[in-house]
Design a protein. Structure first.
Length: 382
């Protein structure tokens, strides 16, 4: 072996003496190399996906009034426009996770953004309400697969001590996507022909997804997936690329692959989160995540419609509220590694709930904007 060259072994005994203390896992190698340009480039690619996520999820609240007139639908049917996307997200998240574990992250990493773009674009051409709903369901499936896969892939490339900060950085992209939605909604719905302005808005909202798809073609497969599937040389090359781009010296020692005894089926994996006392934690996390999604995305859907009812400029007012998310994301980056997260999350959840309830106490536009901004800030803090 040449000096400074990485050696990869596929055995994974946890006894360090077998390797003379020189063996390390991929995660340990990342911790030694540290964060740098490689992760920043990946973060920008993943962040673009979160940007697109923010655009598509917030678009519906601006087009619903126009859909109601175009398709002559009831308020209940109008509410279904956003609900069908979330139904698709549930399906996409479930099957996206299964497929990415079995066939690799990259297949979902690429197909999710492509599905969002294609179904989003086609929904602009929908001749009736039911076709529109079917196409938005397809968009939701892609959207549901995107977020967890992007997050997992980025975390697998990020040193453990930097993962909280990286999460905060991803939120910045989501906030920018929400603000961008306000801008394009104002331009399309104000200055384009009224009857079809909502269709143009959907097209403008979908187009960035195709650019993001092509940018993702250059992202490597998950190194953890490579190691688990005996693609050792590819994993070694990824580690070398990270080391080189980050300007660090090549690590000396042996990169060892994780050992898995046989393949684990889906139901066995699912059962694993309910054994040895994990069932209580799993249920609590599910309930917490349900409430977070219900409150957070419900709030985002409600805000533009509320401002429309108040007779104010819904685009500008919503922009003010969504811009606070950007501030919240920056604050997250600054404090997330310095605070006890569990207690802080509990406090912000409680305060955001109170702040959201207080929105309904007045119909004064300035009051509603200020109170909604406070609620939005608290909802987006960890």
């Amino acid at each position: 072996t040449k000096p400074n060259e990485e050696v990869l072994y596929d055995s994974v005994d946890q006894d360090e003496d077998e390797y003379g203390g020189q063996g390390y896992t991929f995660d340990e190698a990342l911790d030694k190399i540290g964060i740098g340009p490689y992760q920043y480039l990946l973060m920008s690619v993943m962040g673009a996906g979160y940007f697109f996520d923010g655009v598509e999820l917030n678009l519906a609240s601006f087009i619903v009034p126009h859909l109601t007139r175009a398709y002559d639908i009831t308020p209940v049917q109008a509410g279904g426009v956003e609900s069908i996307v979330f139904a698709g997200m549930a399906v996409g998240a479930w099957f996206g996770g299964i497929i990415s574990d079995r066939y690799g992250r990259k297949i979902i990493f690429l197909s999710s953004i492509l599905a969002m773009s294609v179904f989003g674009l086609l929904s602009a051409l929908a001749p009736n309400y039911w076709v529109f709903m079917l196409l938005r369901l397809g968009l939701g499936i892609g959207l549901g697969a995107l977020a967890p896969t992007d997050f997992s892939l980025l975390m697998e490339y990020t040193p453990s001590r930097n993962r909280g900060v990286v999460l905060g950085a991803l939120q910045i992209f989501g906030a920018l996507g929400q603000m961008y939605t306000c801008l394009i909604s104002w331009l399309c719905l104000t200055y384009l022909p009224k009857d079809d302005s909502w269709r143009y808005l959907i097209v403008v909202g979908a187009l960035p997804g195709f650019l993001i798809f092509f940018g993702r073609l250059f992202v490597k497969e998950s190194p953890r997936f490579m190691l688990l599937n005996h693609r050792y040389e590819e994993a070694r090359q990824v580690l070398y690329s990270i080391t080189k781009m980050n300007g660090k010296a090549t690590l000396q020692g042996r990169l060892v692959a994780p050992h898995v005894k046989g393949s684990i089926g889906f139901f066995a994996q699912f059962k694993g989160i309910f054994v040895n006392g994990y069932w209580k934690l799993s249920l609590l996390l599910w309930i917490m995540w349900f409430c977070t999604s219900y409150g957070g995305w419900g709030f985002n859907f409600f805000v533009p419609i509320a401002f429309t009812k108040l007779g104010t400029n819904e685009f500008l007012a919503t922009f003010y509220v969504q811009s606070v998310n950007l501030v919240a994301s920056v604050v997250t980056i600054l404090i997330i590694e310095r605070i006890p997260r569990k207690n802080f999350m509990a406090m912000t959840y409680l305060l955001s709930g109170i702040a959201t309830m207080l929105i309904g106490l007045s119909t004064n536009t300035n009051y509603v904007i200020a109170q909604a901004a406070i609620s939005s800030f608290l909802l987006n803090i960890p």
